[in-house]
Design a protein around this ligand. Structure first.
Ligand code: SF4
Ligand code: NI
Ligand code: NI
Length: 711
């Protein structure tokens, strides 16, 4: 069979299966029965994107099957055959959706199946920063499990996000590959149709970040080809269905690299039979560049290990976490006073004789990183110090939680047995500081203290006074006190017209970019994503309108957005890319707003989940009434100041209330004299129904009820 014949054979087979499955489901459950995936605002995302049709019940499916069949022309033309591959994708989406009709089909599977919207949103930042440089989709069953596992581990160490379909999941697991979202290796499922769940991720990226209009299939294909850095590796012999799935992938712009002999299509379909070269061939095919920092430690160090948790039963040593003291400090020093790459441990290490026979090694720890460089500024100390958290977490076998003098580090037995010792933390910090901050750090030395006397004395004499000075500086840092704001355009790689305006009192909506971060980014990468905006006179200081901001945003968004009001949700609000930590929406009957964070899965008082609220805005488009923002912005005196400010907040999930409560209370008290404002804000443990929320607000005398009408 020729390639096109193979593709059509697969597509026709899937079309037949889909048609039959839809018929059976309608017979069994009736046309009115609901069909859909969990926690998404985009219905059956691939069908919605391709056609604009919102499939909600089984009765909607026959029309989709008809469209699917129309995509299969059976003409001997490669372009047509690739479209037939898209038909296979549509068929796979329908078959998978039908599997969800009777509950979660992945409940007892090693695969996770459908990937919910909030997970995709959380991947936005690592993808735009290049922290996740690409997406690998692995499919099939390998004749050689050991080399398969080596491929997965290699992707993991390079930071890629890997999705797996088929028996390779168990094969890799058996070879010791660590899996789960936390390890950036995601098993989707065993049936070949489960590959649709990664296609769905790519398509929803275009909906969420790209604001591509549903129904414009061509625009989606352009988006995935240009902006989603994915590719496919197949293992083992290919049947027609896999070939037609591959055709669909190629239509999306994702090259397919097979380990068996396939008819090659330049740049799109190729054979690489040597597993030792699979990674290299794949990265080249998708033009993915990997930045490597060689670090001399006995374990892997990669961003893919960032989410790893170290539990009690796998833990060898622990520092901080209320059991011992643990602090970390980055301090600027004179070039002459820093000896580059000097790593010193003062005090006992994890393998000290005194721990012989101990259950767990517990030591106090002080991590003191001194950096020097001509372009280094005092303001960057905290930016670099915050990176200690990430860099330490990159270590396979280390967990880092917290910051400053509430840091908490755990090391696994596995890492210890491989020879990992405290000085290696110093090695990792040294290497990453030099690599990631090369423009400002010319020299770096790390000293680790583990004698209680040193750790305590230095904390009192050196560490705490520096933290205090920084806090004073941060408190004094207001939008009025600086003459420069910054743009951040990092997310433009996914949301082409989105621009964040970062000010001291309004951080980037992802929560990851503060004004100080932007300032440091400008220094590190002068032509990069953070560009200064010389503020000048305000047109309206309360609403946050500046001529300079409007002009910069217009230029940086290529004219897509002409005016931005920094402190308003209604009048020219700042755009959202899609990766915001929180979404704020108006609750008209309460004369205020609700805020929902990404982690909250249930429905909010405005009748929508985070995912549904989030889908109202995004892609760099202004949507009055909806605003994506960072957690830290709650507690800023500039929050919605055009509409009356923080006292408009009427409802937040409990966890978010607890997280931001202290700052929020302080800001509201300073602005209005109201004490313990957070207690007046409703949450899901009190009420989620509109009427009950209102009753609570009234009982609390919530100030929003007495404010001017919000709209
Ligand atoms: Fe994206 Fe804005 Fe965060 Fe920059 S500050 S990474 S543009 S969300
Ligand atoms: Ni880790
Ligand atoms: Ni973003």
């Amino acid at each position: 069979m020729s390639l096109t014949e193979l593709i059509y054979a697969g597509s026709n087979a899937v079309a037949g299966l889909t048609e039959g499955a839809v018929k059976d489901a309608i017979e069994k459950h009736g046309e009115g029965h609901v069909v859909g995936f969990p926690d998404t605002a985009y219905f059956l995302p691939v069908i919605y994107a391709a056609t604009g049709v919102k499939i909600k019940k089984l009765g909607d499916l026959p029309a989709a099957v008809a469209i699917l069949k129309s995509l299969i022309t059976n003409k001997d033309d490669l372009g047509d055959a690739l479209n037939a591959g898209l038909a296979t994708a549509v068929g796979a989406e329908i078959i998978e959706a039908l599997r969800y009709v009777e509950g979660d089909p992945y409940a007892d599977d090693s695969g996770i199946g459908f990937v919910p919207d909030p997970v995709i949103r959380s991947l936005g930042v690592p993808l735009v920063t290049g922290d996740i440089p690409g997406i690998a989709v692995l499919l099939g069953e390998s004749a050689d499990p050991a080399s398969l596992a080596a491929i997965v581990k290699d992707y993991q160490e390079k930071g890629l996000l890997t999705f797996m379909v088929g028996n390779i999941i168990e094969q890799a697991q058996a070879s010791g590959v660590k899996m789960g979202l936390d390890y950036r290796v995601i098993p989707l499922g065993h049936e070949v149709t489960s590959v649709i769940h990664v296609v769905s991720v790519a398509i929803r990226a275009a909906l969420i970040f790209g604001a591509v209009e549903p129904g414009k299939l061509g625009d989606f294909l352009t988006y995935t080809k240009e902006r989603v850095p994915a590719f496919i590796n197949t293992f083992g012999p290919l049947d027609e269905v896999v070939v037609s799935v591959g055709a669909g992938a190629i239509a999306l712009g994702f090259p397919v690299i097979a380990d068996t002999v396939v008819p090659e299509v330049a740049g799109a379909l190729m054979t690489q039979a040597d597993h030792a070269k699979t990674v290299e061939t794949s990265l080249e095919a998708r033009s993915i560049k990997i930045k490597v920092t060689k670090i001399d430690v006995p374990v892997s160090v990669a961003s893919a290990f960032e989410g790893e948790r170290v539990r009690k039963d796998t833990m060898f040593a622990e520092f901080g976490g209320n059991k011992t003291k643990c602090w970390e400090l980055v301090k600027e020093a004179d070039l002459a006073d820093v000896e580059d790459h000097k790593i010193t441990l003062i005090g006992p290490d994890m393998d000290d004789a005194m721990f012989a026979g101990a259950d767990v090694v517990r030591l106090p720890l002080g991590i003191f990183v001194e950096v020097a460089g001509k372009a280094m500024q005092k303001d960057f100390e905290s930016v670099l110090e915050r990176r200690i958290h990430y860099f330490t977490n990159y270590i396979d076998g280390a967990m880092h939680v917290g910051q400053r003098n509430i840091a908490w580090i755990r090391i696994t037995k596995e890492a210890y047995e491989k020879g990992f010792r405290l000085k290696h933390i110093g090695e990792v910090l040294y290497a990453k500081m030099r690599a990631d901050f090369n423009n400002v750090v010319d020299k770096c030395q790390v000293t680790l203290y583990t004698n209680l006397e040193d750790v305590e004395r230095l904390e009192t004499e050196m560490v705490k006074p520096i933290y205090n000075q920084r806090d004073e500086r941060l408190d004094a840092l207001t939008d009025e006190s600086v003459d420069t704001f910054y743009t951040c355009t990092l997310c433009q790689s996914f949301a082409p017209s989105h621009v964040c305006v970062v000010t001291p009192e309004r951080l980037g909506l992802c929560g990851a970019v503060s004004w100080l971060d932007s300032k440091a980014t400008k220094e590190l990468d002068p032509a990069g994503p953070s560009q200064p905006i010389l503020k000048g006179e305000a047109i309206d200081a309360c609403a946050g309108i500046w001529q300079s901001v409007n002009e910069t945003v217009a230029a940086a968004s290529q004219g897509a957005v002409e005016k931005v009001t920094l402190y308003s949700i209604l009048e020219d609000p700042m755009t959202s890319c899609g990766c915001f930590e929180c979404i704020c929406g108006i609750m008209p009957e309460a004369n205020g707003v609700v805020i929902v964070n990404r982690e909250f899965g249930a429905i909010s008082p405005v009748g929508m989940t985070f995912g549904e609220l989030a889908s109202m805005t995004g892609g760099g488009v202004q949507t009055p009434g909806f605003m994506g923002h960072g957690r830290h912005f709650i507690g800023s005196k500039k929050f919605m100041s055009a509409e009356g400010g923080l006292t408009r907040i009427v409802w937040m999930p409990k966890e978010l209330k607890d997280d931001v409560g202290e700052r929020l209370n302080k800001a509201v008290f300073e602005m209005t004299g109201i004490e313990n404002f957070v207690d007046m804000v409703c949450d899901e443990t009190i009420a989620t129904e509109s009427e009950a929320v209102l009753a609570y607000l009234e009982a609390q005398g919530h100030p929003a009820l007495a404010m001017d009408p919000i709209m």
